[in-house]
Design a protein. Sequence first.
Lengths: 288, 201
Amino acid sequence: MKLTASLIRTKFKLYWPLTKSLQTALLLSTGLAGYMTARCPVMHWYDFLGLAVSLFLAIAGSTILNMWYDRDIDAVMNRTHHRPLADGRVSHGEALRLGLILSLLGVALAVLMSPLYGLIVFAGLFFDVVVYTLWLKRRTCWSIVWGGISGGMPILAGRAFGTGSIDGIGLLLAFAVLFWIPTHILTFSMRYFDDYQAARIPTFPSTYGFHATRVTIAVSSVLAAISIAMAGVLIGVQWGFVRLLTVLSAGLFLLAVASVFRPTERVNFGLFKYASLYMLSAMILLSL
Amino acid sequence: MKISVLDRVLLLATGLLAAWQVAVGIVGADTLPMIAYTVSFGVLLVACLLLIILGLDVLESPIVVIVSTIIPLGLSLGLVWEHLPAYRIAYLVFAIAGFLAIVITRLVPRRNRLPVILLASIHGVAGMTIFLLPILWAINGRATPGFSLVGIGGALIGIGGLLLSFLKTGKPILSRATILKILPALLLLMTAAFVAGFILA
């Protein structure tokens, strides 16, 4: 019995980093926020729990599949070479099985809850694993658009589960995440430029240069902020929260502008961190 | 300088208080003071988040002087607009012109003392307005006694401004480490005093 518990603990410690827990949690929060924006008059705890579990399984599963496929890249990058798959602590067959099982369970639960919701969850998984990871990531820096589209699926799925349909607000929220993704990923690809070069992954900085990348980040930050603000107004978020969203958006925009005109490693890192905090805060405010 | 967990907690608490103030607004305030207060507390919120993310070393940046001007100017503008109607336009012009003057003198390098004189004058007027107006209004019964807490916040923001200015000039009355150590607590106290003062007003 003790041996089994110890084995489970050991496996959990190895598997947990494969899920990129912070990224998964952030995407999960967007899905839950999407559901909350539907303002359902009656909310059942089991719907909420089902949503959280199905999204977690699908997002974690697709992340593991992504990590499974990219294990050769992770092995040559300084930032990622210590990951359990890259350094061999988890075998690739084991990771593949785990990724597939979690993904299938997540999608299956989502379909059981609502076919439309399940379809969107599946679309997110498909875009992330097949289109982004398997097909485009090693070919073009524009693959992040597809990564962004898959990143926008949890919030669209959550909203669709709450309203029973795909509406304009849901699409606007998905656009917000899509436009936010470059701020997150491109700042990252500048910070770890040498790593991506070593792994021969085409990125915006390596293809178009750092200045063009910073301009892209600034523009996408503005578009993300506009999308979130529009969605907030259409949802009927209280004016106080709209004011707060505006303040946080202004911070994001100013940091993005600072990174264009006064580019430093510190500003870049600040923008990366702030963007995550911004998205989490925006999700909380839209949910209230 | 590495930011400690306690500093992070203090800054987070300050940021949350500022966020709360932005969200609830000031009861009964007109549009312009509401915008002025929102800008002030908004700058405070974003500044706290950046301090948490980037550490206290970010205070070395030359832009801090410009950004830290917005907080007292916005608060004092809101107070004047609400409580001294006869001086509304004059103070609005002063706030805008003062801010632009600080921006220009900080961005265009000058060898004379004009930037320092301008900064001290504009901060001085704004700081004294935030400090004196609520206290005087509370004393002569035009506002509730609790409103004087805004004045206490004004005094604290003045102290914080002085410490930062000394830090920037390179001739601090306290050591750099001491200033950076007390700053997060000072920011929290200042924000708490403002928020409490506006609630009790």
